[in-house]
Ligand binder design. Structure first.
Ligand SMILES: [Fe+2]
Ligand SMILES: [Fe+2]
Length: 299
């Protein structure tokens, strides 16, 4: 049995005054103002909480870690460097680390074109099955021991429009995801499909068009209701789970590990045939597993 930490949306930031002037384009200026006036207060302890998360993973002897993006606030080079440094201990669990970027990590087009995320996270984005990749490293596959696999697809994209923060999984990645799930090296394992964006809100309704995953139906259809497969994501800052239906897999949202209104993560206990999910929450200056309630189980 493997134990996997899933966290998301830590939104580490540096003081706006420390950002290069070239980074302060219109959308970043708006984002920076928003960050300064409102969001920053919600993530004041983010750096310490990421360190505490690494301590938690070591204390619980967790085998592997999955992060579903939004490492930064504005996707700038200084923030991405800070994030890479902050998560370094989390990348050294025995069975490794799997990740995707969030929309905040590819905030505007210049960041995506310069591949800032890929550069900052170089070394963490090589797939165990590179022959399945069709779009840069995506889909990126991590084989965890003999029983589990994480298949990462990238749904984050720049949104130059000031009002929009929606995501999309490119069509080529969806076709490759189907191939990956059918591949003999993956299909006899329990599979976590990981992406940043959320198909649904916690109440099971689709996310708003300007904020959601525009081709959520296509992603869910690529996964289908196949057994031993779940979708894990972030973007929404509230931890929740939705059960599998006849049409789609069970879905787990990690919420935000550092948003002071939520501060939680999932720990998945996985074997070849099932996944049990336990929440872990921030309390008394550290993360702790909450085993009081029944585990949520997916098969
Ligand atoms: Fe976020
Ligand atoms: Fe996001």
């Amino acid at each position: 049995m493997l134990r996997i930490l899933h966290f998301s949306d830590v939104h580490l930031s540096v003081p706006v005054g420390d950002l290069p002037a070239a980074d302060l384009e219109p959308k970043r200026l708006l984002g920076a103002a928003n960050l300064l006036l409102r969001r920053r207060r919600r993530f004041l302890e983010a750096r310490e909480q990421v360190a505490a998360l690494a301590e938690f993973a070591a204390r619980e002897a967790l085998d592997a870690v999955v992060c579903t993006g939004d490492y930064t606030a504005l996707g700038t080079v200084p923030e991405l460097g800070l994030a890479r440094e902050a998560i370094a201990p989390l990348t050294r669990r025995p069975l490794g680390f799997a990740t995707v970027p969030g929309n905040h990590d590819v905030y505007v087009e210049s960041g995506a074109l310069e591949q800032r995320f890929e550069r900052a996270f170089d070394g963490l984005l090589s797939s165990d099955l590179p022959d399945l990749a069709v779009d840069g490293p995506w889909p990126l596959v991590r084989l965890l021991g003999d029983d589990a696999a994480v298949v990462c697809v990238n749904s984050a994209r720049p949104n130059p429009q000031l009002w929009r923060s929606s995501g999309q999984v490119p069509t080529a990645q969806l076709a490759a995801l189907r191939r990956a799930l059918d591949d003999a090296r993956v299909s006899d394992r329990f599979v976590l499909v990981a992406t940043h964006y959320a198909p649904f809100r916690p109440d099971g309704r689709p996310d708003k068009a300007w904020h959601g995953l525009v081709n959520a139906d296509a992603l869910l259809s690529a996964i289908g209701s196949r057994a031993r497969t779940v979708l894990v994501h972030g973007h929404l800052h509230e931890r929740f789970a939705l059960p599998r239906t006849a049409q789609r897999p069970a879905i787990f949202c990690a919420g935000s590990a550092t948003d002071r209104h939520h501060q939680s993560v999932w720990v998945y206990e996985v074997d070849r045939t099932s996944l049990r999910a336990y929440p872990a929450t921030w309390s008394g200056g550290r993360y702790a597993l909450d085993r009081a309630g029944p585990a949520l189980t997916a098969k």
